[in-house]
Design a protein around this ligand. Structure first.
Ligand code: ATP
Ligand code: MG
Length: 664
């Protein structure tokens, strides 16, 4: 802009120059021409009064001069630059840095105090916060409002409000002050005061353009322009008037902050305004948030419930011994070396695996089929040699008696445990077979335990009677072998079976020098359960997500209402130089804030629900919250804010300043 360095003939080059300006409005099918072919030059330091009848086009002309509105045709140059080529943000910059608007109905922001109202233009201009409030307070006290800086507009009289709006117009310098009927709403005394202030400002070098109905006020101006039906019908000078020779001091350049810190500042101000707006409409904000609260709470609780039930089912399964890895002697199927197979899996291999930290217990195993006799009952039965931890590993439970212990294995006792089938087969009438002796082949075995009936669930279900004896006994007394057929390792629940399988495989290859064994993990059931609960969680979560979307649409509706309700505020902000992005930002922040707050409340609600379920469910059932689901819920609510806040925010940013200002 060229006005910062006045040239010797600065007063000869008009500050504002209008040539052949036409303004038309569309009214339905018709276009109404409100300004006809206006030619006008206004110089720096002039004080101009525009008079004319109501509807003659005064405000329309003012709005065009103040870059709030654009001409339909014709040229308007300010500082020698044609405004028709400027975009919305460049026009906003002009308004912000050079114009100060004073309106008939003050147009102050109702939620904030006088100081903050005066500061608004400087926020958008990027003035340092400290300098900003100092200057605002100085301007207010210069206008006799030093003791009212903390009053909100509703706590001020009309004349005082108008003085606040004058201070606001001066905040960024206000080289050119545009006052549209500044005294219109005031009593004559206050009106006189306002005109006097404007005259004083003019003496300091501010260019003043004032619209008025009052001929006595107009007579006090340096120059009077009269408009009738969109034509200038008179333009004369008041010769007594002392023309201002001073230049208004540049304000904003002295205090301008870096673009980045100014951006942060504006963000913070927008944040503050959003909080104020939310506080002003507490009930509405809460109702808006309800959808988000319910959505987030259900997502988080459903995931927590899913995880809890999954964990519970898995712990049930684990107690059935399903988290096991079985290592079986012999080359893998399909391996050409299988034909050279011989036995080489030893109890020491099983022990080595048992020593691993991720292994809970191990049971070696070897199997055979033999004839078993008890008195006159003879039947073929499966015989399994097992370790002391067999019950742990298999998840089988004793109905009667006891299991094997260290000594049974070491001393190769001839104790046996029989399953329910064997119990029914050999002891049909006997209440307790404990202590009875069976003949396995030719080897006697004393029954020390009876297993519970097999429920056919996840366990192996066999029809033939099965007898268990210590594997050492079976190796030495029954088969005469130094090898075992397989062993089953129960894996720590916190370890992934795949990782455990890989580790055991590596250990075994280390011991044998080759993979002359087969390894299989029985994690498939676990995986199935995990997949099932994951599917359930996904299913319910998608329902919850639908409710989130519905909640988001609620937020959007309310934001649209909020934009409509605050159209006037938006107009004021635009008039003092807010960029479109500033307006957009403010409403986006508000939407995001509503959603984030709703999200946090939703997470809190989910915890409360979980606490209740945990209390009711006792030890048997726990809701388990995953941090991932909480973070996801939080991000989700933010995203909803952005997505559903976007449309209303954009609507707000695209508003036409003049139209916005004229709404209440
Ligand atoms: N957005 C618009 N659409 C259609 N017509 C409009 C619009 N704005 C203004 N007009 C018309 O333009 C004419 C001039 O309006 P303007 O507000 O400039 O008058 P004014 O001289 O400021 O009147 P007053 O003294 O009552 O404020 C009026 O007839 C009005 O109806
Ligand atoms: Mg008007």
């Amino acid at each position: 802009m060229s006005n910062q360095d006045p040239t010797p003939n600065a007063t000869d080059t008009p500050l504002m120059q209008v040539k052949g300006l036409i303004r038309e409005f569309k009214a339905g099918e018709q276009t109404i021409r409100v300004l006809h072919d206006i030619d006008l030059s206004i110089h720096q330091g002039e004080m101009v009064a525009i008079i004319g009848q109501s509807g003659s086009g005064k405000s329309t002309l003012m709005n065009i001069l103040g870059c709030l509105d654009q001409a339909t045709a014709g040229d308007y140059k300010i500082f020698g630059q044609s405004v028709s080529r400027l975009d919305a943000d460049e026009l906003a910059k002009l308004r912000r840095e050079h114009f100060g608007f004073i309106f008939q109905r003050y147009h102050l922001l109702g939620d904030i105090n006088a100081r903050d109202n005066v500061s608004v233009p400087a926020v958008y201009a990027g003035m340092d916060g400290q300098a900003r409030s100092e200057r605002a307070e100085k301007l207010l006290s210069d206008l006799g409002l030093g003791d009212k800086v903390n009053n909100r507009p509703s706590q001020l009289s009309g004349g005082q409000q108008q003085r606040v709006s004058i201070a606001r117009a001066l905040m960024n310098g206000g080289d050119i002050i545009l006052a549209d009927e500044p005294t219109g709403a005031l009593d004559s005394k206050s009106g006189e005061d306002v005109v006097q202030i404007l005259k004083d400002l003019n003496a300091q070098g501010h260019t003043i353009i004032m619209v008025t109905h009052d001929p006595s006020l107009a007579a006090q101006a340096e120059r009077v322009i009269e408009i009738k039906d969109g034509h200038i019908i008179a333009d004369y000078k008041n010769d007594d008037y002392q023309h201002a020779e001073a230049q208004p001091a540049a304000v904003i350049d002295k205090h301008r902050k870096s673009a980045f810190s100014s951006f942060i500042d504006r963000l913070f101000e927008a944040f503050k305004m959003s909080l104020l707006a939310m506080r002003a409409h507490k009930m509405r904000t809460l109702l808006t948030m309800l959808g988000i609260i319910i959505g987030i709470a259900s997502v988080v609780s459903v995931v927590g419930l899913g995880k809890g039930s999954q964990e519970q089912i898995l712990s049930n399964i684990s107690s059935l011994g399903t988290n096991t890895i079985t290592v079986t002697d012999g080359y893998p199927y399909g391996d050409p070396r299988r034909q050279y197979n011989d036995y080489n899996l030893t109890p020491q291999d099983a022990q080595a695996v048992a020593n691993q930290p991720y292994v809970v217990s191990v049971s070696p195993q070897l199997n055979s089929n033999m004839n078993v006799r008890y008195r006159n009952i003879q039947e073929a039965a499966s015989i399994s040699g097992v370790g002391k931890d067999y019950l742990d590993v298999s998840g089988e439970k004793l109905a009667l008696g006891q299991g094997f212990d260290e000594q049974s294995i070491l001393r190769r006792t001839q104790d046996i445990i029989i399953d329910d089938n064997a119990n029914k087969t050999f002891f049909p009438d006997n209440a307790s077979p404990i202590g009875e002796v069976l003949l396995i082949g030719s080897v006697p075995g004393r029954v020390i335990g009876v297993l519970e009936p097999n429920d056919g669930g996840f366990r192996r279900s066999v029809d033939s009677p099965t007898l268990y004896m210590p594997y050492t006994t079976m190796m030495s007394r029954l088969i005469g072998s130094a090898y075992i057929e397989s062993f089953v390792a129960l894996i720590d629940n916190n370890i992934s079976s795949a990782a455990a399988e890989a580790a055991i495989s590596e250990l075994m290859i280390g011991r044998h020098g080759t993979d002359d064994f087969r390894i299989r993990n029985s994690d498939s059931i676990r995986q199935t359960i995990e997949a099932t609960t994951a599917t359930m969680t996904l299913l319910i979560s998608s329902i919850a997500i639908i409710s989130l979307i519905v909640g988001g649409i609620g937020v959007m509706n309310i934001m649209l209402v909020s934009v409509t309700e605050r159209t006037n505020e938006i107009g004021v902000r635009m008039a003092v130089g807010a960029r479109q992005s500033d307006i957009m930002q403010q409403f986006l922040i508000e939407a995001v804030l509503v959603c984030i707050l709703g999200g946090l409340l939703g997470i809190g609600l989910a915890f409360a629900i979980g606490e209740i379920i945990n209390r009711v469910g006792g030890d048997s059932f726990q809701v388990i919250y995953s941090p991932t689901s909480i973070i996801a819920a939080f991000l989700c609510s933010t995203l909803i804010g952005v997505v559903f806040g976007f449309l209303p925010a954009r609507n707000a940013a695209k508003l036409d300043p003049v139209e916005a200002l004229s709404r209440d």
